[in-house]
Ligand binder design. Structure first.
Ligand code: BES
Ligand code: MN
Ligand code: MN
Length: 478
């Protein structure tokens, strides 16, 4: 059962209105990681709920309570639950997306106002959240709008779960998902899940994704003096916290990406010869990675090595140092207290729980070796378990057929290096197949400056999401 031609035509003829709606969504500065914007994220919850209601979806704003961020007690933005259709002869699909975004400032290097969607002559829709993840969330709205306005029944029963804290660790969502997956809960009866919140591997080939890395995020704090010191007065006189911290951070990973914490890389089995073929098959080259990174800096000239480094190996990245001198000038200070932040992307069979003791033991033993009199503290900030699923499920089959229909291409089958921790929660709480069906391209610049979504990805991606629902519907009638 392919999607009706009328649907595809409707998407084409309403493209400008869809882009206008995306522009309205981008204008709401729903930055979840900055307490100053919390009201905007909450506003976005209401906006999404109203948009869903306007296309015939019953909604509920699910209160997630409060939390502490940067020492402030804040209300969490409510998750938006939706449902439409209740036909026992149809499959029930749950779609997930997030309407919060990463911070963005013109001064970071944007060419345009990040919260004003700019349509470039080359068709790029530039703005924070265009690709991650407002564009894909609005893709579902576009599909629903066609059915509502034309009084067409959806080919499936649809449930939605849209959240506003994904970029900050999906605070509160796991408990909600578990609760609503119980008999009688909002997600009771769901047959499969579709998440549109990642990207094609390259800029040419549509993609289906069957794995995500997990995450374990850490903060190590070294402190000594009660206040910042003058380096002229105290240099070579006291143990300096920043020197200790840099030494410790330097023991975590080498310049080739190998993780130096004993036991962490060792948890992951080496790739079998036939596994390499999976990566060989992907439409990808070193040129793709270097173009999206903006420089010829790939760790290897072997495409398979590079892809495996991202998809099936863990990685450790150093993110920043809080409390260090930062900014213009040349301040001669010895910072009193500094916190280094780093995270490990995890793959099966790793989990935040299983790597924590290794990280702890390593850091404590390295700190001891320094012989410093400063104090050290290790905290785990947030985490998520990795996820890999079976691509032979009908959920993937439906998405493959839909991809062929819309793009006339075979999709790349990928595992992603990024993390969406709630994915595994859905898979486990509901016991159903979860599919990642990306809308944007590999060079969209999620989390970066000048984030964009190509107009064609928004429009054809909307067709893909709709066509996928029709193909899931077709599975039910087989
Ligand atoms: N959409 C991304 C997840 C993603 C990133 C998928 C790259 C595929 C490739 C999501 O919005 C995200 O940024 N997730 C965070 C999760 C973290 C805060 C727990 C991430 O991966 O850093
Ligand atoms: Mn995202
Ligand atoms: Mn993101």
């Amino acid at each position: 059962m392919p999607a009706p031609q009328e649907f595809l035509d409707y998407v084409d003829s309403n493209a400008d209105a869809f882009i206008q709606r995306l522009s309205n969504a981008v204008a709401i500065k729903s930055v979840s990681g900055d307490p100053a914007y919390r009201q905007e994220v909450i506003k976005m919850s209401h906006w999404i709920s109203e948009q869903l209601q306007a296309v015939g979806v019953e909604t509920q704003l699910a209160d997630l309570g409060r939390h502490t961020m940067d020492g402030q007690d804040l209300p969490l933005p409510p998750a938006v639950l939706g449902r439409i259709g209740n036909d026992p002869n149809k499959k029930t699909v749950l779609v997930y997306g997030h309407f919060d975004v990463q911070p963005a400032l013109v001064s970071d290097g944007w060419n345009t106002d990040p919260f004003k969607l700019t349509v470039l002559p080359n068709g790029q829709l530039v703005g924070r959240g265009s690709s991650d993840d407002k564009g894909p969330v609005l893709g579902w709205l576009n599909v629903l709008q066609y059915h509502y306005q034309n009084k067409k029944e959806l080919p499936v029963n649809l449930k939605c779960c849209f959240e506003g804290m994904e970029e900050s660790g999906s605070e509160g969502l796991d408990d909600l998902v578990k609760k609503e997956s119980q008999p009688g809960g909002w997600f009771d009866g769901v047959d499969c899940v579709c998440i549109s919140d990642n990207y094609w591997l390259n800029t040419r080939t549509p993609t289906l994704t069957y794995g995500l890395r997990g995450l374990a995020y850490y903060k190590i704090t070294v402190e000594g003096p009660t206040r910042d010191l003058h380096s002229g007065v105290f240099g070579r006189t006291v143990h300096e916290p920043m020197t200790d911290l840099i030494k410790i951070m330097g023991t975590l990973v080498d310049v080739k990406g190998n993780i130096l914490i004993p036991g962490v890389d060792e948890m992951v089995s080496a790739a079998a010869a036939d596994e390499r073929q999976l990566y060989e098959k992907l439409d990808y080259s070193i040129k793709d990675v270097e173009e999206s990174a903006g420089a010829p800096i790939a760790l290897s000239s072997d495409k398979v090595e590079v892809l495996m480094g991202r998809m099936r190996m863990p990685s450790l990245s150093l993110h920043g140092i809080e409390g260090a001198f930062y900014g213009a000038g040349a301040k001669t200070v010895i910072p009193a207290k500094v916190s280094g932040k780093f995270s490990i992307r995890l793959v099966p069979p790793q989990s935040p729980e299983s790597v924590l003791p290794l990280v702890k033991a390593h850091i404590e033993s390295e700190f001891k070796k320094l012989g410093t009199k400063n104090r050290l503290n290790l905290e785990e900030l947030h985490g998520g378990t990795p996820w890999v699923t079976d691509i032979n499920h009908w959920n993937y089959e439906a998405a493959k057929i839909a991809t062929r229909a819309v793009y006339n291409q075979e999709p790349d089958m990928t595992r992603e290096g990024g993390s969406i921790p709630v994915t595994l929660t859905f898979a486990e709480a509901l016991g159903v197949s979860v599919l990642l069906l990306p809308m944007g391209r590999g060079d969209d610049g999620a989390h970066s400056t000048n984030e964009k979504l190509d107009r064609s990805n928004f429009i054809e991606g909307t067709k893909l999401l709709g066509t996928y629902l029709y193909e899931v519907g077709a599975v039910a009638s087989k």
